[in-house]
Design a protein around this ligand. Structure first.
Ligand code: BJW
Ligand code: ZN
Length: 244
């Protein structure tokens, strides 16, 4: 049901925003699922798992190098910028959690972002314990670690790997559910776990849950409100209605 919120809220409110690939679509970054999604042209199991990397590191690096090049040139859109304004306005009362790895929230100026699925502009060693480091290069062949000469890999969370920051997001909900907390998901199909489970967790705490998406997501019934439309249009509108 398309929704509009009623009146301006006091600044004491808290908001957890969960973004997915749909937020960056209007910046020219392809989504994963759907008509022009990355999984239409690449088999997930060939490029997004440790097994895939072991089997063919060159193919995996080709995939990520292409995405690095695209994301490097991309600019935040009105949805990203609205979230920067939100953080300027309510500060630590907002938690921004993203499944995106494209760095566009950082480019928009947001800070303290939980990047659940890693960062496209970092690499780490696939072999030794060398920690992740900034790396925006594109590679023609798989790069090697300067410490152990093993292969470097992009610092992305692949299928079967543990995501980071999830418990911090859960804690934000459990700490704040009594304090006028809103949960707003934007541009995500809700198919990947545990990220998608946050909606159910918020709902279990009786937090009002919103989804802004251009298509009806599979988990729409877990939301108390569904706004169908483009993130760049609907997110600034919703935030204006409830806070700004
Ligand atoms: C617009 C728009 C516009 C377009 N405006 N809208 C429970 C149940 C079932 C399975 C599992 C489970 N728990 C774990 C699993 C397994 C697995 C999983 O979820 N599988 C499912 C797919 C079945 N999860 C994992 O493996 C996770 N790890 C894990 O659980 O580890 C356990 C563990 C614990 C302890 C030790 C060790 C392990 C890891 C998941 C990592 C996911 N990574 C990916 C790929 C990374 C590679 C990369 O980036 O290249 O991350 S998958 C891919 O999907 C990517 C995204 O972040 C993620 C979510 O996609 P998103 O953002 O929702 O995008 P789309 O394309 O699906 O949707 C976009 C939406 O936007 C669409 O609906 C459009 O309509 C909409 N849209 N334009 C508004 N302008
Ligand atoms: Zn190494």
């Amino acid at each position: 049901m398309p929704g509009s919120l009623v009146s301006a809220k006091p600044l004491g409110m808290k908001i957890l925003v969960m973004t997915g690939a749909g937020v960056s679509a209007e910046s020219g970054i392809p989504t994963f699922r759907g008509t022009n999604g990355l999984w239409r042209t690449h088999r997930v199991e060939d490029v997004a798992s440790p097994e895939a990397f072991r089997k063919d590191p060159r193919l995996v690096w080709d995939f990520y190098s292409e995405r690095r090049a695209k994301a490097r040139d991309a600019h935040p859109n009105k949805a990203h910028l609205a979230l920067k304004v939100l953080q300027n306005t309510i500060g630590k009362n907002m938690l921004l959690v993203t499944q995106n790895v494209d760095g566009l929230h950082v480019k928009a100026g947001n800070t303290d972002i939980i990047e659940l699925h890693g960062n496209l502009f970092e690499s780490r060693c696939f072999n030794c314990g060398r920690p992740p480091f900034k790396d925006s290069k594109v590679y023609n062949e798989p790069p090697r670690c300067t410490m152990c000469y093993g292969y470097l890999r992009p610092n992305i969370v692949w299928f079967g790997e543990q995501i980071s920051g999830f418990m911090e997001a859960v804690k934000f909900i459990s700490d704040n559910y009594k304090d006028d907390l809103y949960y707003i998901a934007v541009g995500t199909s809700g198919t990947v776990y545990p990220a998608a489970a946050l909606t159910r967790i918020a709902k279990d705490f009786q937090v009002p849950t919103w989804i802004i998406n251009d298509e009806t997501p599979g988990n729409v019934s877990e939301f108390t409100h569904f706004i169908q439309g483009k993130a760049s249009e609907m997110l600034p509108k919703l935030l204006k209605d409830i806070v700004l």
